[in-house]
Design a protein around this ligand. Structure first.
Ligand SMILES: *Cc1c(COP(=O)(O)O)cnc(C)c1O
Length: 229
């Protein structure tokens, strides 16, 4: 199957369920991104700032770019002018840095709080208590150029479907609780980003409304620099 075939069938599947499809194009060359773009796909996800900026410069300007990888505070300035959504916010300090650069660019930047749900040491994210603490803080209340659209989480990389299901269930429960407590009157808190190629069906069953799919669309990633592909 071609990239176009893959994306067309995934768009049908997710569209029918009102789930937003993020095409994760990290490590993939611009030609392959254009193949997806030419099917009508407009939302793409990248995890490295430099790669994202270079692709942004080379590709059509109506692409909506989502940053899905860990963001260092000192790199916010490179993406603040154009980024559609930062899904990987994992500290108040980072939010304050995004605020600063959003203001400079005269924008409000959509963000998701990345919540740690996996049973692994390596994944970034806020703990459940830390999310609540952040949302309750005066520092958070002072941010005027940030719009929190929802939560993002990455489940454990495992074949144990029951475990994945439980992790996504917990994140959905947290999402519903936070919506009730902090965003009841705010319709823009509407996004629960969970699900990758290996587990997106489980994630959707558990209430995800945004999936981030890379290998299912573009094929397996070989670890090499995207420009030398
Ligand atoms: C790479 C990546 C994905 C996509 O992974 P696939 O398994 O290729 O679908 C999704 N989310 C994040 C945060 C990623 O880094």
């Amino acid at each position: 199957m071609s990239i176009a075939d893959n994306i067309n069938s995934l768009k049908k599947e997710t569209g029918a369920l009102k789930v937003t499809l993020i095409a994760v194009s990290k490590t993939k060359p611009v030609e392959e991104i254009l193949e997806a773009y030419n099917t009508g796909q407009r939302i793409f996800g990248e995890n490295m700032v430099q790669e994202l900026v270079e692709k942004y410069e080379q590709l059509p300007k109506d692409i909506q770019w989502h940053l899905i990888g860990h963001l260092q505070s000192n790199k916010v300035k490179y993406i603040a002018p154009f980024i559609t959504m930062i899904q990987s916010v994992d500290s108040l300090k980072l939010l304050q840095e995004i605020e600063k650069h959003a203001e400079k660019n005269n924008r409000i930047i959509d963000c998701l709080l990345q919540v740690y749900i996996a049973d692994e040491e390596t994944k970034y994210g806020l703990g459940f208590d830390e999310v609540i603490e952040l949302l309750r803080s005066d520092e958070f209340a002072a941010l005027k150029h940030i719009r929190i659209r929802g939560l993002m989480g990455i489940a454990t990389n495992t074949d144990n479907e029951k475990q994945i299901k439980e992790e996504y269930y917990e994140l959905k429960t947290l999402f519903d609780g936070i919506k009730q407590s902090f965003f009841r009157k705010d319709v823009s808190f509407d996004t629960l980003s969970m699900g990758m190629s290996s587990d997106y069906k489980i994630a959707i069953e558990q209430g995800s409304n945004m999936v981030r799919l890379g290998s299912t669309i573009f094929g397996q990633r070989v670890i090499k620099h995207w420009k030398n592909n």
